[in-house]
Design a protein around this ligand. Sequence first.
Ligand SMILES: NC(=O)c1ccc[n+]([C@@H]2O[C@H](COP(=O)([O-])OP(=O)(O)OC[C@H]3O[C@@H](n4cnc5c(N)ncnc54)[C@H](O)[C@@H]3O)[C@@H](O)[C@H]2O)c1
Length: 336
Amino acid sequence: MTDSVVRVGLAGLGTFGRQHANVLAALEGVELAAICDPHPESLALAAERYNVLGRYADFEEMIARETLDAVYIVSPEPTHAGMEIAAFQRGLAVFVEKPLAMNYEEGQRVVEAAKRAGTVFQVGLVLRFDPHHAFLQQQIAAGAFGQLVSLRAKRNITRSWFADYGHRVHPVHETLVHDIDLMLWMTRSQCSAVHAVERSFTGRANPDAVFATVEFASGAVGLLECSWFVPERAPANVVVEGWHGTIDGVLEVVGTQKSAQLSMLESGLKVWSDERVEVPEATLWPTLHNRVGGALRESSSHFMDRVRGCNVPEVTSIEDALEGLRIADLIIAAAR
Ligand SMILES: NC(=O)c1ccc[n+]([C@@H]2O[C@H](COP(=O)([O-])OP(=O)(O)OC[C@H]3O[C@@H](n4cnc5c(N)ncnc54)[C@H](O)[C@@H]3O)[C@@H](O)[C@H]2O)c1
């Protein structure tokens, strides 16, 4: 379908769905043709803002009634698998926010449905489109680091955000899937063993702190840490409309020839006010000149090129996303 307009239906108009809607509304050759959310107010506000005629409370109704090329699934994590399978059964291309599914077994069913459909399938593991991470991965792939010895990833999050996520998804699937995916991308190896510890200080359905060691067949060792206790007044790097807080993300890579450190809190820009300190993150989803740019836009642009059948470099990998789910399940089981 080269050169034609890609008609998209978007499910989920919460914090991140609105970010995707901003991207889609500004992408050349893309029409945000329909949106769906069971929350009437979110639906009405988004329909008005993006001038969308197709408005639905139900995903299956949206894909049954509308003529679409692709769907974006940005609804809560437990809804992903059912929507993906329904979309594949209609031959639609699918962009799903992470996680691909709630566990490996569910993920396998989704990937089988995707293979049967033969359509484009991409998981929103956005860090593969972030220039810092991509630069690092490129150097590692070219052999500049020698053999990889260790990858240490921390992803600690603003305390109040756990109220939204703590009851609906395990933090390994919510945040560490990003780091697991980076490790798979950089080591180009599979996991051979996992050790893990979890803690629950807040008593929600899911733990609020998880620590894991992942051994890779290549010999590299991955060290993962994630907890949800970053104080409310820590320097904020997520400063977008309706969404404010801190992702304290760090990646340290040690190779036999080179090593690297990357911190999400060192953007180079600091903004002070009487209320707080901001260090706005400017490579993932900055709103500049009235449109969302950065890695989020790049990932959608890449997806659209794939839907149009263009020849694009292989950046994302469904096999890695599925292996990431297997590792996530192993961490959860080991910690328990
Ligand atoms: N890649 C990233 O860095 C990143 C960041 C934030 C969120 N996310 C992912 O984005 C997804 C959405 O997260 P969020 O923070 O926007 O959540 P949210 O709770 O802010 O919004 C979810 C929205 O989905 C709607 N919804 C609920 N059930 C639905 C259904 N059956 N069909 C359609 N819509 C439905 C809700 O009404 C709500 O408007 C999750 O998968 C999350 O993990 C990814």
